[in-house]
Design a protein around this ligand. Sequence first.
Ligand code: NAP
Ligand code: MG
Length: 498
Amino acid sequence: MAELEQRGDLTPAPSAWEYAEAPESRDIVKLEERYGLFVGGEFVEPASGEYYETIDPASEEPLAEIPQAGPEDVALAVEAARDGFANGWSAAAPAERAKYLYRIARILQERSREFAVLESLNGGKPIRESRDVDLPLAAAHFFYYAGWADKLEYAFPHRRPKPLGVAGQIIPWNFPLLMLAWKIAPALAAGNTVVLKPAETTPLSALLFCDVLRQAELPPGVVNIVTGDGRTGAALVKGDVDKIAFTGSTEVGKAIQRELAGTGKKLTLELGGKAANIIFDDCALDQAVEGIVNGIYFNQGHVCCAGSRLLVQESIYEPLIEKLKRRLTTLRVGDPLDKNTDVGAINSRQQLEKIEELVAAGKEEGAEIYQPPCRLPEKGYWFVPTVFTNVAQSYRIAQEEIFGPVLSVLTFRTPDEAVEKANNTPYGLSAGVWTEKGSRILWMAERLEAGVIWANTYNRFDPASPFGGYKESGFGREGGRHGLEPYLAFDGVEASGG
Ligand code: NAP
Ligand code: MG
């Protein structure tokens, strides 16, 4: 190990290479000083009278004032959604609903640069990712569900699908616009109306999306956006809604499930994860290293399905770790708006503190830490891409979701041991398997307790592919035909999966 460290030091660190900065201009984004709540097709002032500041996590610079919606505001938004449901949306010809969804998808494509810059500005993620992943996928979700809107009878033959009514949707800060698309597109395709609460730290792309809705001439009340912190989310859960769709922490998910027990409201939960990325000794090693890096450092590791536990077959442990460390020295950490940036800013001070706490626990429990040489900006929230080796399964860094750019490495000898270690977690959202053998991929996939299993790739998303978890990672599926089901009631049959 010491020898490896030394060799790592001798490797000329390409992070010292001179790069010409290539910042994306932020001029394309026009920010308001102060925003309203989007209720019944209009921006309205919050009855609560309260506002908070949203910032750029890369500079800590304030960007705009955002309403803190109180229970009264949430109730008004739910009422607007009820009106929207009753006044035509639920009864509209399905092909009409599809037209709006297609329009929204096309407008998102047309305005994608503006949205990508705003997403990076408010969330800290590299522009390369918001431009190449978040925006294309968000548009793709609207295109995909537009296609289902008039085919529900075919999707669920003999079950007479009907919309539920008003869906309350609560989303996190890691993929603000993409999570909005995952929630709103299937809900509208199924004929529901929506009240959505974005995360406290990343409300701006949801507020800009209201402009897209107006451009698409979506009828008032079909989509309503209420901003605020967790209290706003709690008020929405208590509100007069027919369904709650939640993505976020397991802790809040459990609280919501307790709150809704016995109310008859439908619920889907997409919660945390601690995925195993499993590397067998017959894999294509360089490709696996790319997959490991993409698995954990994509979006600063703020990804519920991140490959945060690396399971390496013992026979390739040393060469793999050496390659991985070298690869880490080439990652560029810094300005999210710079097109060269690989790892952007941590989303908030609170999240940075959580990462720091868990990393300190890892060191204290005895794991060995590696961080490449790296110059961080002076302002803003940053964390150097980190690898922990010598990790025992009992360590907190092997058990808890860090939700940051921190990888914990464990080893295994046999496929059985890999499965046992991979499943040794309260979560069950995703996993990765790297091997040349197709039969082994299938053998592993049968035994891994995870909703999504990637083979020789990682963090691949497609609107046609259902996504969701087992165990404490939640229930219900988003994406694909499965993603419609939680937004539908069926004649005489309870909708499953929701
Ligand atoms: P969180 O609190 O669960 O946030 C998710 C959403 O729920 C946000 O919109 C949040 O509002 C809202 N919320 C908070 N308390 C609520 C309540 N009592 N009732 C209803 N809604 C409520 O997650 P977080 O605080 O942003 O992050 C904490 C941890 O959750 C992370 O470190 C990570 O481990 C995990 N996480 C997982 C995912 C995922 O995709 N599965 C995403 C984000 C975070 P606020 O924004 O105001 O908190
Ligand atoms: Mg929170």
